[in-house]
Design a protein around this ligand. Sequence first.
Ligand code: TYM
Length: 348
Amino acid sequence: MFTIGAKVIMSDNNSANTATQKQVVLTGAQPTGRLHLGNYLGAALNWKKMQDDYTCFFMIANQHAITVPTVAAELRKNTYSCLAQYMACGLDPAKSSLFAQSQVIGHTELAWILGCLCPLGQLERMTQFKDKAKKQISVGAGLLYYPALMAADILLYNAHVVPVGEDQKQHLEITRDLADKFNATYSPTFNVPAPFIGKAGARVMSLQNPTSKMSKSDPNQAGTVYIVDTDDVIRKKIMSAVTDSEGSIRADAENKPGVTNLISIYSAVTGTSVADIEAEFAGKGYGDFKKAVADAVVAMLSPIRTRYEELVSQKDYLDSVLKAGAEAAQRAANRTLSKVYRKVGFLQ
Ligand code: TYM
């Protein structure tokens, strides 16, 4: 059983999940282009490790992607590219269901029902809504409704565990509230899912502005390492990461955010503890340390890029993976949706 720090909450109100059955994992990323080091260390690396111990549904959140303006051709291309990146990171269609959210009927249907149970104020308080709304000229209602759709993604599969980075914690809280609320309003139906947030890499920061999280939308792209960046680009970005003038390699998030971020990255990549890293680099300079970080990140990402490049052009193969994944997901979704419709009083 994959246990690192996971607080698995099992509800005993779901007879479908007996002690002998594997627990269910549902998670995903938005297909907004290339996954970055934060997506990998905070999420995909844990997803890969969970595949043997859980029944895993790995979704490409393309319905979430249109909560901000998108171009159809790009979204389509990014969906395939996201799948190729998932697979290059080690998500294995022989073990897990890989699919695009739009290929399964039920996500938006359940989102509507959950949204009707969700207080407006709770949606308006979401940090990601406030951050993203600030960046839009005109804010679509979908952006506000986003957490109800995310809750539906999770509850549609009656997931027990949701592996995510730290920035998704608030969305998981709303999901748990909605599961409780549905169970109390109708009758026990959903597991109350637990977030799984890894100890290392749960919040990778920008290399250029280490007080902000690493992100695809960072205007300073030198701060974001993509998993398909070339070795040279990765090295250049890490070697020019912002540090401080103190010159010592020790973790201190408040006073040394840049160095602390590099230590966390190195720790997540190599599995070395922070204390051991501080000891290993005692008396050494930032140049030596950055070089070690760059070597470790390149060694980890280089095979992923190679595999991605092999996969991304195989559209028929990618389509076949999505089709099989969506079929398995649809079977699970149908079971939940039919139960939910019955409880709500919807004709089917
Ligand atoms: P998204 O696409 O923003 O990110 C995908 C995953 O990467 C994690 N992550 C990070 N982890 C560490 N450091 C960072 N700098 C960093 N940036 C991103 C995210 O926490 C996430 O786990 N709303 C979700 C997609 C989604 C979803 C779901 C996830 C839709 N439905 C249901 C789980 C369950 C999102 O936009 O992730």
